[in-house]
Design a binder for this molecule. Structure first.
Ligand code: ATP
Length: 381
């Protein structure tokens, strides 16, 4: 077990492409830290630098108090799990898991004892004599985990280990890996582009954009207190709705409507006072928009909206709406997919709502749940 410390790590490709800029991050002993961000944000590069598969351009890096910048991967006391499993197809599950012990010169009895212990934890006991081709995707993933565990490393590094699995198995393996990590207590750094994976698995989540760390926090803090519009838009599905309005006398004003802000909001967000009479970006999560005809929406101010399309999910409705407010781009490429056709807002309604596509409705907004951002810098107010 070990603390992993990245201090002002940079990675430059060629003369001036900065894939990672000044990344400082401490991953605590036994912690499960997720590195997340959209494609190309540098998360694999960061992980590969920790593994030693990529040189560090500048900065320092230590694993368990040892400076590892100049150490080759094999001397860093880490084990990696990739999305491609990297199993040996001609070897049995037992031999795949035991492989590194054999290389290290451990005798047969030691190997058998350790592999059996691991197989028990991973529920692979009945499959030890099978070859990888005879296993399901989830079982192969568990063997890949077994290969990493057998080495008893100071840290596990995982690069999108679930991305080759189908959606259902991915959800199941998420829970399995998270519970296994807690059981083993080994410091783990896990890369994914999937914010749901990040939010459900990690003790803390580090969000990267364009090689720059945006925020590192618990899933709950990231969700409720995003530091900027990018994190606000990236974390949560469907994404937070972001619009530009004008703050006037304690209300958000838009061309055709205004949303009065309760005193509690003005107290909670002291930064708002400097924006009176000025444009401001405001954000509202889909679950904080309500059907005003349902009890859940009756207490809130409303704005006029046109229902464009509805996704019926059984337990809830994802409603795509058009409101008269200029949408603000969070900078997350995936957020665009939340919107369909001419919609500029997404709401999550209870399944009891009877709204229909094409209808004009009064959309209720819970003003206490609004987030506010500086319109120039997109930093949270
Ligand atoms: P993805 O989720 O798509 O794998 P990522 O966040 O893991 O993306 P990286 O693979 O770390 O992204 O790449 C970060 C940036 O560095 C990208 O713009 C990529 O094109 C660039 N990059 C990666 N490897 C190299 C290389 N060997 N030479 C030049 N540029 C590179």
């Amino acid at each position: 077990m070990a603390v992993v410390v990245l201090d002002k790590i940079c990675k430059t490709y060629g003369n001036n492409f900065h894939a990672i800029k000044d990344l400082s991050l401490t991953i605590h002993d036994g912690e499960f830290l997720i590195l997340v961000g959209p494609s190309g944000c540098g998360k694999s590069t960061a992980l590969r630098m920790i593994a030693g598969l990529e040189d560090v351009s500048s900065g320092t890096l230590s694993i368990g108090d040892q400076d590892v910048v100049d150490l080759p991967p094999k001397d860093r006391d880490i084990a990696m799990v990739f999305q491609s499993y990297a199993l040996y197809p001609h070897m049995t599950v037992f031999d795949n898991i035991a492989f590194s012990m054999k290389l290290a010169g451990k005798n047969k009895a030691e190997r058998t004892k350790r592999v059996n212990e691991i197989a028990k934890i991973l529920q692979l006991e009945t499959l030890l004599q099978n070859k990888p081709a005879q296993l399901s995707g989830g079982q192969r993933q568990r063997v890949a985990m077994g290969r990493a565990m057998v080495r008893e490393p100071a840290a596990f590094l995982m690069d999108e280990p679930l991305s080759n699995l189908d959606a259902k198995l991915r959800v199941q393996m998420r829970a399995e890996i998270a519970s296994l990590q807690r059981q083993l207590g080994v410091t783990t750094i896990y890369v994914t582009h999937d914010q749901t994976e990040a939010m459900t698995m990690g003790d803390r989540v580090a969000v990267l954009k364009g090689g720059v760390l945006q925020q590192v926090d618990t899933p709950k803090e990231l969700y409720h207190k995003p530091v900027n519009a990018f994190v606000a838009g990236f974390i949560g599905s469907p994404s937070m709705n972001l619009f530009e309005g004008r703050l006037e006398g304690g209300s958000i004003r838009l061309p055709d409507f205004s949303i009065p802000l309760p005193a509690s909001v003005l107290e909670r967000v002291p930064g708002l006072s400097g924006f009176d009479g000025k444009p401001v970006v405001f954000g509202i999560r889909p679950e904080d928009l309500h059907d005003s005809r349902l009890p859940s929406g009756r207490a809130y101010p409303t704005i006029p909206a046109l229902v464009r399309t509805i996704e019926e999910l059984g337990s809830e409705l994802i409603v795509h709406l058009k409101i008269d407010a200029p949408r603000v781009d969070s900078g997350d490429p995936d957020a665009v997919e939340d919107l369909s056709g001419a919609a500029n807002a997404v709401a999550r309604f209870e399944a009891t709502s009877t709204i229909k596509a094409g209808e004009r409705i009064d959309l209720a907004i819970d003003p206490a749940k609004l987030h506010f951002f500086n319109p120039q810098t997109h930093a949270a107010l």
